[in-house]
Design a protein around this ligand. Structure first.
Ligand SMILES: O=P(O)(O)OC[C@H]1O[C@H](O[C@H]2O[C@H](CO)[C@@H](O)[C@H](O)[C@H]2O)[C@H](O)[C@@H](O)[C@@H]1O
Length: 333
């Protein structure tokens, strides 16, 4: 019988940054910045990787905070990439012609923001994606629930191939058997959803044409009520639509289209066909693409957040996805 637990990769340096000054200026008197190095391990136990940071050092920081010597405003622990990513980076660098890489946008390439229009896109993201695309011989695709025009606005400079609106839009011609053409949401559906949104000040409607998206990030407790109301509308109007839960959001999507159908469409064309598809995503909708990637001999890479919370995800946040992209981009030079 194999040992239940083994050290996969040993001591790494972890930067533990504890900024104390208020970013808007004027931190509390007596506070000061505290930068410490923590040590961490990657521990593999029964096929799962766990990131372990020496608790005693965290405890010392907390003590300093309690003594008023610093204030922990946020804790950024960097301990190098997850072992799965380290291996994948090496494999892709060695055989870039074998892989097709796909990425979701919100929560994967950029951090989640309070509102869709408030996302922050780092300046080097488009350039790094462009380099990785070049390295992969063009086999890099973006698969998002956003409209394509927004993807183009945020990262379009890289000339990336993309699918928007959960597999409804593509910025390239479809193969035979491709996704359904864009349809506007029915007028009676829009009218009913507008009524629901108007009744709750925290709800926000994002009308994306074929897809209606209702955000409830400002009123998280109302998510269940919103879902029940939207389900009732779809049943009553006998619509050919389904609901897709996202991060503090529910989307009303025409049947027959998903991020899975989008990934399948990419995989029918050159240069994706025949490669190992790897899809990065943080949300329920991305699971459809993970499943299709898996059927095609590939896999999904989860980004932790409100949806994936096992603690074993290869990416703990979007910043680590960007680090992975940057590491691959470095190999393209
Ligand atoms: O497929 P994705 O690229 O992940 O897009 C999914 C939806 O993302 C957006 O909403 C989410 O991100 C917002 C900005 O961070 C956030 O405020 C919201 O709570 C999230 O649900 C976008 O607004 C939707 O249209 C996308 O379908």
């Amino acid at each position: 019988m194999s040992a239940p637990c083994s050290y996969r990769s040993h001591q790494r340096t972890v930067d533990h940054r504890v900024p104390t000054a208020d970013h808007r200026g004027g931190g509390r008197r007596g506070n000061r910045a505290a930068d410490t190095a923590l040590s961490g391990y990657w521990v593999e136990a029964r096929g799962r990787y766990l990131r372990v940071v020496f608790a005693v050092q965290v405890w010392i920081e907390r003590g300093r905070e309690a003594a008023g010597r610093c204030r922990v405003r946020r804790m950024l622990v960097r301990s190098g990439p997850h072992p799965v990513l380290a291996e994948l980076t090496a494999q892709i660098a060695a055989r870039p012609d074998r892989y097709a890489l796909f990425s979701d946008f919100d929560g994967t390439l950029v951090e989640i923001a309070e509102r869709p229009e408030e996302v922050m896109v780092p300046v080097d993201l488009a350039a790094n994606l462009g380099r990785v695309r070049q390295m992969l011989g063009g086999a890099l695709g973006i698969i998002t629930g956003r409209p394509l025009r927004q993807v183009e606005e945020y990262i379009g400079a890289a000339g990336l191939e993309a699918s928007g609106l959960h597999g409804i839009e593509f910025n390239f011609p479809l193969t035979a058997g491709g996704s359904p053409a864009t349809r506007e949401a029915p007028h009676d559906l829009i009218a009913e959803v507008v009524k629901i949104v108007a009744a709750e000040p925290g709800f926000r409607l994002e009308n994306k044409g074929a897809i209606l998206t209702v955000h409830f990030r400002q009123v998280p407790a109302a998510g269940g009520r919103l879902r029940a109301a939207l389900e009732e509308i779809i049943d009553r109007l006998k619509l050919d639509h389904h609901l897709k839960d996202g991060r503090a959001v529910i989307e009303i999507i025409p049947n027959g289209t998903s991020k899975g159908t989008a990934l399948a469409e990419f995989m029918r064309r050159t240069p994706y066909a025949g490669r190992v598809p790897v899809m990065m995503g943080d949300d329920k909708a991305d699971e459809d693409a993970f499943a299709v990637a898996q059927e095609a001999g590939g896999f999904g890479l989860k980004v932790a957040g409100e949806h994936f919370r096992s603690g074993d995800e290869p990416f703990r946040h979007a910043g680590e996805v960007r680090d992975f992209i940057a590491a691959l981009a470095a190999h393209s030079r």
